[in-house]
Structures are given as structure tokens and as C-alpha cells.
Design a protein around this ligand. Structure first.
Ligand SMILES: [Zn+2]
Length: 203
């Protein structure tokens, strides 16, 4: 019998990392672990591969991972079923070469696909209706995070504005080529939009 069990037990387990730390590898440089950095307080982590070559867009590669819904059964394929992986980059590209705050993207999706959005609100609720542990916004952000990992959309950490300001930070989105963060931004507050697009909103 091989006496390998003792050796296996000596391998440093990931669990010795500080609580809450999570690691991923860059999908384009799969040889180095990258530690996630929290974005806001909902468990979202951003990951930055600091190599400057070999990514879909010039320079660093940044992506986010948003927590999964608490109940995964039958849910994992929902984003794909709704075509979100195609729909969301197309909607973001309609804003031209600008970084767009999350709420503006969500509004654009609700406007383009009102029936699908209403179904998601019925399933996940929305903070515009009542406080909720998991929301349609988290569901959409998670899909955007998946897309950012492969470079189909670009992510930037930034300030939350207007009614979204209860989040200290929020995700901003664009498509390649990367817009200038200092000069090319569309915030929720800029748009003057209201929460009427959420069925049942009490805001
Ligand atoms: Zn990389």
C-alpha cells in the first residue's frame, strides 16, 4: 500500500487563507492565482490579472464574481435561457464608448425585455419593492461578471449614484475598446431615470 496519505495531509489547504479570501486564475494566463478584492459589501469580488499582454483588450484584465443565488436547483441555466449573455453586451454597446453604471444597464434590459424582466422580478424581487437577500439585480450582475471574465464586457469599480447610493460602490460596464474612466461615464444620477421600470416598485 502506498503511504501517501501523510504527504497529502501536509499540503497547505486553501482554508488557511484568511476568511473570505477567494482565489481565481486568469482565463488567459491559467498559471497564477489571483486574490479577489471585495466590491461593496454583498460578497462581490473583483480580480485583476496585472499582466499587460495576452488579454482580449490591451493591458490588465479585470473581472468580477458575484455571489450565486441561494437556491441553485434549476436556476443555473436561466441566464442562458433568457439569452442574457448576448443581450447584455448588445445593450451596453448601445451606450457608445462610455462606462455605464449598473442601474442604467438594468433599466436598459428591463426596457428591452419587459416580460423577461418581470419574470425575474417575480422570482428574485428587487430592492425597489422590499429589502431582499438576493435580488434580480444580483442575478443580472452575476451574468455580467461571468461575461467580464472572458472579456465580453468590461468591468470598472466605481461610485453608486442616486437611489443606488445605498451601495458604497457599484459595478460599471462597457464593451471594448475600453473607454476613458475619467471622461466617459454615464451614471444613474445623470440619466434622471426612476424606478418605475420595476413592476411593483414602491419608490
Ligand atoms: Zn491574464
Amino acid at each position: 500500500m502506498r503511504k501517501s496519505l501523510g504527504v497529502v495531509a501536509q499540503v497547505t489547504p486553501l482554508s488557511v487563507l484568511p476568511y473570505g479570501v477567494s482565489m481565481q486564475v486568469c482565463p488567459f494566463h491559467a498559471d497564477e492565482g489571483i486574490v479577489g478584492v471585495p466590491v461593496g459589501s454583498d460578497g462581490t469580488l473583483s480580480f485583476t490579472c496585472d499582466r499587460t499582454r495576452g488579454h482580449p483588450t490591451p493591458g490588465l484584465h479585470i473581472w468580477v464574481v458575484v455571489p450565486a443565488p441561494p437556491e441553485l436547483d434549476g436556476m443555473s441555466g436561466l441566464g442562458a435561457e433568457l439569452g442574457l449573455h448576448v443581450e447584455l453586451p448588445a445593450l451596453i454597446s448601445q451606450f457608445g464608448s462610455r462606462w455605464v453604471e449598473f442601474g442604467v444597464v438594468e433599466h436598459a434590459y428591463a426596457h428591452a425585455r419587459p416580460d423577461d424582466f418581470a419574470m425575474l422580478v417575480a422570482r428574485y424581487s428587487h430592492t425597489a419593492i422590499a429589502a431582499s437577500r438576493y435580488t434580480v439585480s444580483a442575478f443580472i450582475a452575476r451574468t455580467l461578471g461571468d461575461l467580464s471574465k472572458w472579456g465580453n464586457v468590461l468591468f470598472h469599480d466605481g461610485p453608486a449614484t442616486g437611489r443606488w447610493a445605498y451601495n458604497s460602490r457599484i459595478s460599471w460596464w462597457s464593451v471594448a475598446p475600453e473607454p476613458d474612466w475619467e471622461t466617459a461615464r454615464l451614471s444613474w444620477a445623470d440619466t434622471g431615470l426612476t424606478m418605475d421600470y420595476v413592476p411593483g416598485s414602491v419608490e
